[in-house]
Design a binder for this molecule. Structure first.
Ligand SMILES: O=C(O)C(=O)C[C@H](CCCc1ccccc1)C(=O)O
Ligand SMILES: [Zn+2]
Length: 328
């Protein structure tokens, strides 16, 4: 790292009050990559270096994409600030047609619009599934990704099917706030630098996810820029992992791991393609259960209670009645 020209400067990272340690980096052919990814052993994040996963996209930059992305419409998110908090449209609809009672409302933090790429110059974040709306050159580059490598990981770690490749084009400084996904993720950085902060599923109680019925399901309620320690006292105990990834790096984000992603300030646009895989069939339940399986169990309990109680304000009190003083 010493002789390489530093591609970024710590002043480009946002300042958070969180204890963080570095995510390890290994060459793609280093056996430690699979040891770390192995779900029976550790299933921890790791940065896979010098693979050819997206080598065919090395030439991608905004001009190239603008030239070859065709003039299709792309899904772009607009935000009033640097944060792009994801929300589930279907859950917004349920609230708006009163499924959660009439006292629950939701204001969308970002606006989702379809627009042509050339309009994409303001405070925007393009997040588009790679499909046939893109031009033939982009399709060719996509087909030339190193699929053997990805399929190899899918097989070796018995993941389920590939569900999605999201093309992410972010403006400098954009932040995707901390959330988890229910998919395995090979996060391939193509252009520019992104800082990633990850937490294991065991830190559920430090990160205070929204209720499952909420449009921000799976997102942390803690605002990392201004944490409210009176509402979220355990956030002080959160211990994370971080890394800055650049072109050619592939970050493995294990299923259910929390992640906060930011495009470096004053670093220009960033381009990423992710590879989301469903989790594999649980060959057999083995004890003790993994932390992420406990998160899945909590999600199912919340869903059942929500379905049967209807009013989300009754879920908390019923759980408190059931637990407080009884399961000490
Ligand atoms: O690849 C991942 O999982 C990320 O979180 C990458 C993230 C954008 C993802 C937006 C999003 C979040 C939740 C649901 C659907 C879409 C970024 O790179 O800014
Ligand atoms: Zn995610």
């Amino acid at each position: 790292m010493s002789n390489e020209k530093k591609q970024w400067d710590p002043s480009q990272l946002r300042k958070y009050d969180i204890s963080l340690e570095q995510i390890p980096r290994y060459d793609y052919c280093d056996p430690r990559v699979d040891e770390i990814m192995d779900e029976n052993v550790r299933q921890k994040p790791v940065i896979i270096q010098n693979s050819n996963v997206v080598a065919s996209a090395k030439k991608w930059n905004l001009d190239y994409l603008e030239k070859y992305m065709g003039n299709g419409d792309y899904t772009v998110f607009l935000s009033r600030n640097h944060k792009f908090k994801y929300y589930d449209d279907k859950k917004v609809a349920k609230i708006n047609n009163g499924d959660m009672g009439k006292n629950v409302e939701f204001t969308q933090p970002t606006k989702k619009v379809d627009m042509k790429l050339p309009e994409f110059l303001k405070r925007l974040y393009l997040q588009q599934g790679l499909n046939n709306t893109v031009g033939p050159e982009i399709v060719r580059d996509f087909l030339n990704f190193d699929w053997d490598f990805c399929n190899g990981k899918q097989t070796k770690h018995n993941w389920g099917p590939l569900t999605y490749n999201l093309l992410l084009i972010a403006m400098e400084g954009n932040v995707t706030p901390c959330h988890y996904d229910e998919q395995q993720n090979l996060f391939a950085q193509i252009y520019g630098y992104k800082r990633c902060i990850l937490f294991p599923p065991s830190q559920f109680e430090c990160l205070y996810p929204y209720p499952v019925y909420h449009p921000h399901d799976r997102q942390s309620m803690v605002d990392f820029d201004r944490p409210d320690y009176s509402k979220f006292p355990k956030f002080k105990e959160a211990k994370g992992y971080e890394a800055v990834i650049g072109p050619g790096d592939v970050l493995y984000i294990p299923i259910y791991w929390w992640h906060h992603i930011e495009s470096l300030m004053r670093g220009g646009h960033t381009i990423t393609v992710n590879f989301w895989y469903k989790d594999g069939p649980n060959s057999s339940i083995s004890y003790p259960l993994k932390d992420y399986q406990k998160v899945a169990i909590m999600r199912n309990i919340e869903k059942m209670l929500q379905d049967v109680l209807k009013d989300p304000r009754e879920v908390g009190p019923l759980l408190r009645t059931m637990v407080l003083g009884r399961f000490t």
